[in-house]
Design a protein around this ligand. Structure first.
Ligand SMILES: NC(=O)c1ccc[n+]([C@@H]2O[C@H](COP(=O)([O-])OP(=O)(O)OC[C@H]3O[C@@H](n4cnc5c(N)ncnc54)[C@H](OP(=O)(O)O)[C@@H]3O)[C@@H](O)[C@H]2O)c1
Length: 397
């Protein structure tokens, strides 16, 4: 826990931590208690040095509340949109402090209070780069080479393009070599990065080991465990061998690959492991039981590793997409249904990398994945079965 706080507070200079704590206090204690407990007649708010009283104060308080909530969140996550409004707002506060104290006849307090607050505003103005870690290309954050499994299409190909855009060289792997070569040529042409193609069946015994050996001479800094497939249908009707292949690809391969590539990242003190799980891994999914269970495995694997590696410089993220428009539905044997674009899903993942253990793409998927927090598990399982039933051909229901 203390390590968690050390890492969290270590992301910004001490004076920004002070401002964050002030914002959090104002957002969660001071402004709400003022809003709900101070009688209208006694309420007062200061804006740009002008004191509003009574209803004028009460009605403008929600805006203060919003500002401090945004400030607390923006400092906590070091959001790029904090610049420049945080410094402008702090200067406004400095001016207000000055006027307020002067009115009260405390000229020394007006000068010191106003100057100190203005100095914080100035420091914020100069700290633009600190809010813009995403401005640092992933290659500079983690290193040169990324390895993406399942790169011959869908989410994996979108990951490869996004990482190449961040100047990362890419190892592209899947079974369909022709597709990988076409993508490699595109990345080299469009982003001037190096590529390596390794065609391998990760569900075959020794597949993960073969892949690890093929990249032994490279420093893999970002590992994207993305290859996977679904298999929809009633459990009794599913083929045992295909289920076993799915377990091998969705669960065993990420464990073995991470086991092989993580030590290099640990030794270098930086790197990232991404695992593509699924929103289906957050709850039981009848008519897709085993697939959902493999993705629950991926989720627990990734979130556990995130905690083990927290503070080591190696970031771990589980990406949990909902329905996404790739070949997944056809391969799973699902009827075609709506979904998100893979590029968007990958953007969500790269934005969350280094920030949190897992991320669900899309608010609707977030609600569905968190349904077990709001309703009994039995109800959620039955409802999930109803949704799944619409997506499955009659012979597999
Ligand atoms: N699309 C969705 O709705 C959705 C939703 C939630 C989670 N996901 C997850 O997202 C990940 C990517 O899926 P996708 O949507 O991009 O589907 P996709 O378009 O079908 O891509 C799957 C990738 O996995 C590779 N792959 C399959 N079997 C393999 C094997 N035995 N060895 C090596 N590579 C293999 C495929 O390449 P080859 O066929 O060339 O080998 C392909 O590149 C999967 O883990 C999936 O579970 C997808």
């Amino acid at each position: 826990m203390s390590n968690w706080w050390r890492v969290r507070l270590g992301r910004r200079p001490w004076w920004m931590n002070v401002l964050m704590i002030i914002c959090a206090y104002a957002a969660f204690v001071h402004v709400p208690s003022d809003f709900f407990c101070t009688p209208v007649a006694r309420d007062a708010e200061v804006w740009f040095g002008v004191t509003l009283r009574g209803w004028a104060a009460k009605l403008t308080e929600p805006l203060h509340w919003l500002i401090y909530l945004c400030g607390a969140y923006g400092f906590w996550r070091m959001r790029p949109w904090m610049w420049p409004w945080a410094s402008l707002y702090t200067w406004q506060v400095a001016f207000a402090v000055f006027i307020w104290e002067l009115h009260a006849g405390h000229w020394l307090r007006a000068i010191i209070g106003g100057a100190v607050t203005a100095a914080f505003g100035g420091a914020l103005w100069r700290a633009q780069a600190a809010f813009d870690e995403r401005g640092v290309p992933l290659r500079d954050r983690y290193g040169e080479w990324a390895l993406i499994t399942g790169a011959s299409g869908g989410i994996g190909a979108a990951f490869a393009r996004a990482l190449a855009r961040e100047h990362m060289s890419c190892v592209l792997t899947a079974r369909r070599e022709d597709r990988l070569r076409t993508l490699a040529a595109e990345l080299e042409r469009d982003y001037a990065v190096s590529t390596r193609v390794v065609a391998v069946d990760l569900a075959a015994p020794g597949g993960a080991e073969e892949l690890a050996r093929a990249v032994e001479d490279l420093e893999i800094s970002v590992l994207v465990n993305n290859a996977g497939f679904g298999y929809a249908g009633r459990f009794e009707r599913q083929d045992a061998e295909r289920l076993q292949t799915m377990l091998q690809l969705n669960c065993v391969a990420p464990v073995l690959l991470t086991k092989r590539l993580l030590p290099g990242m640990r030794a270098r003190g930086r790197g990232a492991v991404i695992i593509t799980g699924s929103a289906a891994g957050a709850q039981p999914v009848p008519l897709n039981c085993v697939y959902a269970a493999t993705k629950a495995f991926d989720r627990f694997l990734g979130e556990g590793l995130w905690a083990e590696l927290h503070g080591t410089g190696v970031d771990v993220l589980v990406l949990e997409p909902g329905p996404t428009l790739t070949e997944f539905q056809a391969v799973s044997g699902e009827l075609a249904h709506a979904g998100e674009q893979p590029d968007h899903v990958v953007r969500v993942a790269l934005d969350a990398l280094g920030e949190q253990p897992s991320v669900i793409a899309g608010w609707y998927n977030w609600l569905r994945a968190n349904a077990t927090r709001l309703a009994p598990r039995s109800l959620v399982a039955l409802a999930a079965g109803k949704v799944m039933g619409q997506w499955i051909p009659p012979e597999m229901r």
